[in-house]
Write a protein that binds this ligand. Structure first.
Ligand code: NAP
Length: 352
């Protein structure tokens, strides 16, 4: 039996942070000792209230210095954007960090920052680990886990399908450029396109796990479907003729051939509302391993009798990282990748 407990600081309470905080408050393995927020209206609110559960008598603060001075075993670090200076200060202050925000695998783009994280871990005698659903699971751990039962791998394809209206925050409509003129959208950098170096970390991780090297990661031209009709949504209307679905395709080349292909498909509307009438189905991750034997795995929420489905994306994201906290806290200091952690042993998932 593992009866050790871990003192946790929740750093920001957005969608992922709330899912983490809710878990920490329910799982006796964790003891929440601090909650940092950015939004003024959340300051002084009870941690339980912020997590959507009963009050627990711990108030959230926006005083970063007092949180950095708080003694804790681990910070679950889930800000909107990672700040490397702050991460290093926390590590140097003797607190381990588990995050969903970045530095998933030491690819070239993250080498310099990674060295800073390693140095801070050495100074503080602490560890750092980043996890999540993607990056952190669906496009790296899951393919490697499935490859474990393959005889030959020719190509790995991951399809991330997101129905934006049902399974993403509504601000994604604007952020991701839905409702824009198609030509204008295609002439500018896209939010997802800017994220390629983040997702490429997972490709490098797969390659390392399979004992090969990625030569380069390329992005195909973004494909777009427009709204065939006006599409109403809770924030307004997506006008006919504007961007209503986008398909991004990124490829990791190994030895001159496309070994890993990620498809990111974000859709507003039903196939009948789209031109062309793309039909990607419900929100899910679909992994296909071409090779011997050809194998596929679909990761999605459970469909209800009425055909609806609650997509557990934020819980998966939070828990992909959170479940590593005990192993990260108990490990020797350093930046711990999935390979360093090995098979993680989640604690406290089986509860009365
Ligand atoms: N690896 C994965 O699978 C995966 C998946 C999804 C997201 N992520 C990453 O996980 C992190 C958290 O995602 P999320 O969806 O929870 O993010 P989010 O809801 O957009 O925002 C996180 C929180 O950051 C704080 N914040 C907002 N604006 C800020 C500002 N200007 N300065 C400082 N803090 C600010 C707010 O905290 P308060 O509300 O507490 O004030 C906000 O709720 C992000 O870095 C995201 O990229 C990873």
């Amino acid at each position: 039996m593992h009866d050790k407990t871990y003192r946790i600081i929740q750093w920001m309470t957005g969608d992922v942070g709330q899912a983490g905080l809710r878990h920490f408050l329910d799982n006796p393995v964790y003891d929440v000792v601090g909650v940092l927020v950015h939004s003024k209206e959340k300051v002084g609110k009870d941690a339980g209230e912020l997590a959507g559960v009963a009050p627990v008598g711990l108030q959230a603060t926006d005083d970063m210095e007092s949180i950095i001075a708080t003694d804790a075993d681990c910070v679950f670090y889930t800000p909107v954007i990672m700040d490397l200076d702050t991460v290093c200060r926390l590590l140097e202050s003797g607190k381990n960090i588990v995050t969903t925000s970045g530095f998933f695998h030491p690819s070239e783009d993250f080498r310099d920052g990674g060295e800073r994280i390693r140095a801070a871990c050495r100074d503080g005698g602490t560890s750092f680990h980043a996890g999540g659903i993607h990056p952190g699971y669906a496009g790296d751990l899951l393919p490697l886990t499935v490859a474990r039962i393959a005889s030959r791998v020719d190509k790995i394809e991951l399809f991330e399908v997101v129905n934006v209206l049902t399974d993403a925050p509504l601000d994604h409509i604007d952020w991701m450029g839905f409702g824009k003129d198609k030509d204008a959208f295609l002439s500018e950098p896209t939010l997802l396109g800017l994220g390629v170096p983040f997702f490429a970390q997972s490709m490098h991780m797969i390659a390392e796990g399979l004992g090969v090297c990625v030569d380069e990661v390329t992005a195909a031209d973004v494909r777009v479907a427009t709204a065939a009709v006006d599409i109403p949504h809770p924030e307004g209307v997506l006008l006919r003729g504007t961007v209503a679905a986008q398909h991004h395709e990124w490829t990791a080349w190994v030895g001159g051939r496309p070994l890993i292909v990620y498809h990111a498909i974000y859709v507003i509307g039903t196939p009948e509302q789209l031109d062309p009438s793309w039909d990607w189905g419900l929100t899910r991750y679909r992994l296909v391993i071409h090779g011997d034997p050809p194998t596929e795995v679909t990761l999605k929420g459970v469909e209800q009798p009425d055909g609806s489905m609650v997509h557990p994306g934020y819980t998966w994201t939070a828990m992909g990282a959170v479940n590593a906290i005990p192993d990260v806290c108990d490990a020797d200091p350093g930046w711990l990748t999935h390979f360093d952690l090995g098979l993680v042993k989640p604690r406290g998932l089986v509860r009365p």
